[in-house]
Design a protein around this ligand. Structure first.
Ligand SMILES: Cc1cc2nc3c(=O)[nH]c(=O)nc-3n(C[C@H](O)[C@H](O)[C@H](O)COP(=O)(O)OP(=O)(O)OC[C@H]3O[C@@H](n4cnc5c(N)ncnc54)[C@H](O)[C@@H]3O)c2cc1C
Length: 602
């Protein structure tokens, strides 16, 4: 099993040197007094300790044991999960980035995301329990009444209770417009919720006394499609007036899914049998309500790709330095040993550097997105909030889909570095592959994110949304256009940044004649965009490193490695945009010409 070590130096590089989080926090009055540099450092150090010592050792236990459902519908989590959660609550971690008004510590979401990275790299399955609560908390905070907040939000924030998101039904996941769960009014103003929800993460477990389900359902006579969906709070145990636990509600876990990975997290079929629930937000506006916090939830899933890359890279790097096989093509590098360590071989380096380059830039993207989220939530002026929201909205589908796809690639490479041992369970590398695979599926598949990016965000705004980002890239490239030492990065970045707009126009023109052109181009467009976004962050990281080296530093090796990795990215990863540029403009006909009945002739 790779031993996880929190990458605090890398984290601080992105937070302080790339994104200047200290000034960012100081400039937002809500954070200026709480997110001080000392406080941030203390939180990171303690978070790192907790994740390395408490969560990482449970990662394999969770995979082997999985969850157990009992006859009464209750679920037991793997050994140690419950105890670790109790310590997590005791440490105040669930309340870190929530408003003080509801018992939170009022710290920024961008600091919360760093802790989530540590949790995710050390034990993603465990992290999903508090992670799902986050979605429920955001929903109640934004759309709940004062009474909802007093009863539910404060207990979710403290971690005393956890939450779930109940959207998916057996016949629908991507297309929630066809969901069937019903909500019928009760005389007391509450609703009776009936229906089956499937694949509900953390749907039942033994880590908290109560579980608050956020459920999508239809009111009687609601319009068909997405315009007829409402949102409800449905607790597992009904709270009494004073918030103490009362009777069990009519909702329970009917079964647990047997699945490829994330075995430590319970994936439940949830049966709602006239369960008592309360409307949250306006009638028939349930999906709109959910969309208001989707950006945060999707950045949280993007983090799964990113945090898995870190864990896999740590394992692969350690192995590549120790495992001996054959001699370097340029002559023995460790003649005293029976063979050279495999890290001398170019192909092993290709795998390691691909992991490293994707990993470090993905962290930059996630933290940057989350920095925008801080501004959306707490900046003083409407103008600042609005422009951060536009940028975040554009970057969200890219972060979610690209980083989870890249996470799958990186964990696969990590497994490959181990050769046959990578395929054997005890090393933990195949678990990372299995655990990460779901990230491209839930919270909107890659295909759905790509349609959101190209269709809804870019084409429907006539490219305005794309320009929010290309302008930023252009400004950076222009400022660095005379930087000779970085010209091999700046020039290609400038070129693809321009081409991005041209290709968008081309796809958009095609779409005016045939709507299928959007669907046919979407995933290639998204991947193409992802490579440019990471390219931008690599160019910026290279600039930071260049400045530090020029100024003189005791960490020369650290900054030189940044320049070497940036160079690798531009020479060996950014060129993937060539392939995506070709395939995104290959036209829908090559996909749609095949008649449905001709797909197979068995
Ligand atoms: C382990 C696990 C945990 C989960 N946790 C939760 C949870 O906590 N809460 C919850 O509500 N749900 C959860 N889900 C459900 C998950 O969000 C859905 O599985 C996902 O959104 C996809 O929906 P689906 O399975 O119905 O696939 P479908 O919607 O049937 O899609 C099947 C395929 O068709 C593609 N497709 C569909 N429509 C289009 C289109 N218009 N254009 C192009 N391609 C399209 C999709 O991309 C996909 O490849 C979880 C799922 C799993 C496996």
């Amino acid at each position: 099993m790779p031993e996880y070590k929190a990458p605090l130096r890398e984290i601080k590089f992105v937070m302080d040197e790339l994104l200047d989080m200290p000034s960012h926090y100081a400039n937002i009055p809500a954070y200026a007094d709480v997110a001080t540099p000392d406080m941030v450092d203390a939180i990171l150090a303690e978070g790192a300790r907790f994740c390395e010592q408490e969560l990482a050792p449970l990662n394999r236990v969770g995979d082997i044991e999985g969850c157990q459902r009992h006859e009464d519908g209750t679920v037991t989590t793997p050994t140690g999960f419950k105890e670790a959660y109790a310590k997590f609550v005791e440490g105040g971690w669930p309340s870190l980035a929530h408003d003080e008004e509801f018992g939170g510590q009022g710290l920024p979401e961008s600091l919360g995301i760093v802790i989530s990275e540590l949790v995710g790299s050390s034990n993603w399955s465990w992290g999903m329990y508090p992670g799902l609560s986050h979605g429920a908390m955001n929903t109640i905070e934004q759309h709940g009444t004062d009474a909802h907040k007093a009863t539910y939000l404060t207990r979710l924030v403290s971690g005393e209770w956890t939450g779930t998101m109940c959207l998916t039904e057996p016949h629908c996941g991507s297309d929630l417009g066809i969901l069937k769960a019903k909500a019928e009014p009760n005389p007391d103003g509450s609703y009776a919720i009936t229906g089956t929800k499937i694949f509900i993460s953390a749907g039942d477990h033994d880590m908290a006394d109560n579980i608050i389900h956020i459920v999508l359902a239809r009111l009687p006579g609601a319009p068909a499609g997405t315009k007829g969906i409402s949102l409800f709070i449905v607790p597992k145990v009904l709270p009494n007036e004073d918030g103490t636990l009362g009777d069990k509600n009519a909702v329970e876990c009917g079964s647990l899914e047997h699945k490829m990975g994330i075995h430590g997290n319970s994936t439940c079929v949830m049966n709602f049998d006239g369960a008592q629930g309360w409307l949250i937000g306006p009638e028939n506006k349930g999906l709109n309500c959910m969309f208001t916090f989707m950006n945060t939830a999707r950045i949280g899933t993007a983090l799964q790709g990113s945090s898995a890359m870190e864990a896999s890279y740590q394992g692969a790097l350690a192995y590549a330095k120790e495992r001996l096989a054959m001699r370097s093509l340029t002559g023995a590098k460790a003649p005293e040993k029976a063979a050279d360590p495999i890290i001398v071989h170019p192909d092993v380096r290709r795998m390691l550097l691909t992991q490293k380059a994707l990993n470090e830039a993905s962290r930059a993207l996630v933290y940057f997105a989350s920095q925008q989220n801080d501004i959306v939530k707490k900046a003083e002026t409407e103008a600042e909030r609005k422009s951060a929201e536009e940028l975040l909205s554009f970057l969200t589908p890219i972060a979610k889909a690209f980083l989870t796809e890249a996470g799958c690639e990186a964990t696969n490479l990590g497994m490959q570095v181990y050769g046959g041992h990578g395929y054997i369970a005890e090393w933990g590398m195949e678990q990372l592959v299995r655990d990460t695979r779901i990230a491209t599926i839930y919270e909107g598949t890659t295909g759905i994110q790509a349609l959101d990016l190209l269709g809804r965000k870019v084409l429907m705004t006539q490219g305005a949304s794309l320009r929010t980002f290309t302008k930023i890239v252009h400004k950076f490239c222009k400022a660095e256009s005379g930087n000779k030492a970085l010209s091999k990065l700046i020039k290609p970045l400038m070129e693809v940044n321009k081409e991005w707009g041209d290709l968008t126009m081309k796809v958009g023109m095609g779409a005016m004649k045939n709507r299928d052109e959007v669907g046919a181009a979407a995933v290639d467009y998204l991947m193409y965009s992802g490579y440019i976004v990471l390219g931008y962050f690599w160019a910026r990281m290279a600039k930071v490193a260049q400045d530090k080296l020029a100024a003189g530093t005791s960490e020369e090796a650290f900054y030189k490695a940044k320049l070497t990795t940036a160079n690798f990215y531009f020479r060996r990863i950014l060129p993937r945009t060539r392939m995506h540029a070709a395939t995104m403009t290959a036209g829908a006909a090559s996909l749609m010409d095949m008649a449905e009945e001709d797909f197979s002739f068995l």
